[in-house]
Design a protein. Structure first.
Length: 138
């Protein structure tokens, strides 16, 4: 199993505070020739008439020396995971979890914002100190 991101437990706690039930830690599945490990699987019951909403969350900390390098890795993982997830659990929506500080300083840059938009990357922004979800961006 791959190593957990530094803020894995922070995001897990934030999701639980936001009303999500963690169903998988990690969300794991086999696709014939390789295995996928997405950091978290969660679901929140919205109401009986809506059945429930399921998500998968890939946690990223962006604490390395190069945000652009970490962004390249995160985007590549996200695209691969989203494709793979559609094969095995098409009702589960994938999110990339990013710290609020990086959202304000890096993800707001025009080029990065355009890439996120064009690639249809859903973001969940978390506060590392408060262990809360600050924003959902679809």
């Amino acid at each position: 199993m791959p190593a957990r991101d530094r803020f894995h437990n922070t995001v897990k706690s934030a999701l639980q505070k936001d009303g999500w039930t963690i169903t998988h830690d990690p969300l794991h599945f086999d696709l014939n020739d390789y295995e996928i490990f997405i950091d978290l699987g969660a679901e929140r019951l919205i109401g009986a008439e809506r059945n429930g909403e399921k998500i998968a969350v890939e946690v990223k900390s962006f604490i390395g020396e190069s945000n652009i390098s970490e962004f390249h890795t995160a985007v590549g993982q996200f695209i691969n995971y989203r494709f793979s997830l559609r094969q095995v659990d098409p009702d589960r929506v994938l999110y990339l979890a990013i710290p609020s500080g990086v959202d304000c300083t890096f993800f707001c840059r025009p080029l990065i914002a355009r890439i996120v938009d064009e690639q249809q990357i859903k973001l969940v922004v978390y506060d590392t100190d408060k262990e809360t979800i600050e924003q959902w961006k679809s």
